[in-house]
Design a protein around this ligand. Structure first.
Ligand code: AMP
Length: 394
């Protein structure tokens, strides 16, 4: 992919900037529970302020599907942004409010627009509807900065069409994320290993298929591993299972064998009989009972995964090894995260949810080579797809 246009190629003095950021953070009872993505947006915002711009921040939260949903308002996110910046952040409920606020904005002034996905046109499949919204948004400033990495894989009005209507550049976050992904795809240090977990195989099929051609090792855990274990003939009880993916999983396993790519699967599993945070039984992979479900990889597997990870010089990890929301099923993820810290090379944690999960386990971003803010975006990049939000900024 062609490289993105850099922020420092533009003059911002006295300019009104429209900044597409990714502020899609987890909230609980109206409070931000993980502000990683807000913090990741600060370098660009501070740079723009220092360069004499006023800023209108456009961002989304969750999937309101074109409806105004109070629980998905960006208001608490805007106030957290203000706290982190140490300055006031105005809030505009509507595009009309934002038009008034930005027309008279002074250098250094920041306004955050309400969740852009409250506008149905933002995510519309109809190009003309997206363009119409983008034209309205384009009146809100003179320069567009794309820094919402978590949304660059979406052909959405504020991500794609808007960039094409205004002079534009990538913010520091998008520039850094693209550079890291390029390092993973162009001539990575070897061995190159990938660790995948999370709930569904179907979400990861494309990335596994693409990476099979480029890596030496793929370690698989999480709920998705049970479809692999079933394909190998193991009984998996009531564990997560995607029957319609069995044929693809068989194809992946035989392609891996052909290519000499090691597919690392767990040899022991933590099982329970209910989807609850209860103490679990550790069983060998061939001993899962009919009434049992696997909710984490076992300690022996975690150690094998960790040993393999530490032998790699490049690692990309997406998705927890077990149900990390339950304290009894966090150990696999913790051991894998710990191994990533010890990698002599580049270890990338890919994805806002994976990053939030390991922060909740007490790890810091600085423990890893790089923590990406965009799970979907980084997976699609590694699938070999062109990302609209990067194309628009190239
Ligand atoms: P993803 O969004 O695909 O990365 O999936 C993350 C989710 O996968 C987390 O909420 C985990 O609770 C869930 N998960 C991980 N391992 C399992 C498992 N063995 N069974 C059910 N869910 C799992």
């Amino acid at each position: 992919m062609a490289s993105v246009k850099k922020l420092n190629s533009l003059d911002f003095a006295g300019k009104r900037v429209v900044l597409r950021a990714d502020l899609n953070v987890p909230l609980k009872d109206g409070r931000v529970t993980d502000d990683g993505r807000i913090k990741a947006s600060l370098p660009t915002i501070n740079y723009l302020i220092d360069a004499g711009a006023s800023i209108l921040v456009i961002a989304h939260l969750g999937r309101p599907k074109g409806e105004r949903k109070s629980e998905l308002s960006l208001r608490p996110v805007a106030s957290r942004l203000g706290e982190l910046l140490g300055r006031d952040v105005n809030f505009a409920e509507t595009i009309v409010d934002a038009t008034e606020a930005t027309a008279k904005a002074k250098p250094g002034e920041i306004t955050c627009l309400e969740n852009i996905r409250f506008e149905a046109a933002e995510t519309s499949k109809v190009e003309e509807e997206r363009f119409e919204l983008a034209r309205k948004l384009a009146h809100l400033g003179e320069i567009y900065i794309g820094d919402g990495f978590g949304a660059v894989h979406r052909k959405h009005a504020s991500v794609f069409e808007l960039a094409s209507l205004m002079p534009h550049a990538a913010g520091f976050l998008v520039a850094k994320e693209s550079e890291i992904l390029e390092r993973l795809t162009n001539d990575p240090l070897r061995p190159f290993g990938v660790v995948l977990g999370g709930a569904k195989v179907s979400d990861k099929i494309a990335v596994i298929t693409n990476l099979l051609e480029r890596v030496e090792m793929i370690a698989i855990g999480g709920g998705m591993v049970f479809t692999f274990l079933a394909a190998k003939g193991y009984k998996i009880g009531k564990s997560l299972f995607e029957a319609e993916q069995l044929a693809t999983v068989h194809a992946i396993l035989s392609r891996a064998e052909e290519k000499g790519v090691e597919i690392l699967l767990p040899t022991d599993i933590k099982v329970t009989t209910e989807f609850k945070d209860v103490s679990a039984r550790i069983v060998s992979v061939d001993q899962i009972g009919q009434e049992e479900m696997g909710l984490d990889i076992g300690p022996e597997s975690a150690k094998r995964f960790a040993d393999s990870i530490k032998r790699c010089r490049t690692i990309f990890w997406n998705g927890p090894m077990g149900v990390v929301e339950f304290s009894n099923f966090q150990e696999g993820t913790r051991v894998v995260a710990d191994a990533l810290r010890a990698v002599d090379g580049l270890a990338v944690v890919g994805g806002g949810d994976s990053a939030a999960a390991i922060r909740a386990l007490g790890f810091a971003d600085s423990d890893f080579g790089y923590v990406s803010t965009g799970g979907g975006a980084s997976l699609e990049y590694l699938e070999g797809k062109e990302l609209p939000g990067l194309v628009a900024l190239s």
